[in-house]
Write a protein that binds this ligand. Structure first.
Ligand code: HEM
Length: 144
């Protein structure tokens, strides 16, 4: 990600932060519309789950300027996701639901530049999480 993209993501996140709860609801509705099979993976109350996701996203967004600090956090998050039953292919579905949610939340302000900046931010987070997941050794992963 270049500096301009980081700035766009950080500034636009501030606009959706106040509607975090609505955005989280939109996200899960879109995710389960794309793949209803994912629903049973989520055990926690959806409201709490949604806020956790937005909080995590917020810290990732703030951390973009300093990815070194972000690496261990996202690797750890990726490892935990293996135990939630998450597979590599799910990152594409979640990415799609995420981008659709942003498009909906931002409306016409979601121009090509903003879209590309967010796609790059998601790709970075997903790549680091997948890296963490792959670091788990075979038996641990099989047991998860
Ligand atoms: C950038 C991508 C993602 C971020 C930032 C993210 C963030 C989070 C966070 C913060 C939690 C709370 C638990 C924890 O900290 O360990 C969580 C839980 C979870 N996430 Fe993700 N996640 C991402 C991708 C995915 C993907 C691709 C899936 C696949 C469907 C997924 C499914 C889940 C599930 C099933 C839980 C546990 C829910 C529960 O216990 O009810 N996440 N995620």
């Amino acid at each position: 990600m270049n500096h301009q993209q980081i700035r766009i993501v950080q500034e636009s996140f501030l606009k959706i932060a106040p509607i975090a709860e609505v955005a989280a609801d939109l996200f899960y509705a879109r995710l389960f519309e794309l793949d209803a099979n994912l629903r049973p993976m989520f055990k926690t109350d959806m409201k709490r789950q949604g806020m956790t996701l937005m909080t995590m996203l917020g810290s990732a967004v703030r951390g973009l300027a300093n990815p070194q600090a972000l690496v261990p956090v996202l690797r750890g998050l990726g490892r935990r996701h293996v135990s939630y039953g998450v597979k590599e292919k799910h990152y594409d579905t979640v990415g799609q639901a995420f981008m659709d949610t942003l498009a909906h939340a931002f409306g016409p302000e979601f121009d090509d530049e903003t879209r590309e900046a967010w796609a790059a931010a998601y790709a970075l987070m997903a790549a680091l999480m997948k890296m963490g997941a792959q670091e788990m050794d075979g038996p641990t992963r099989a047991a998860a």
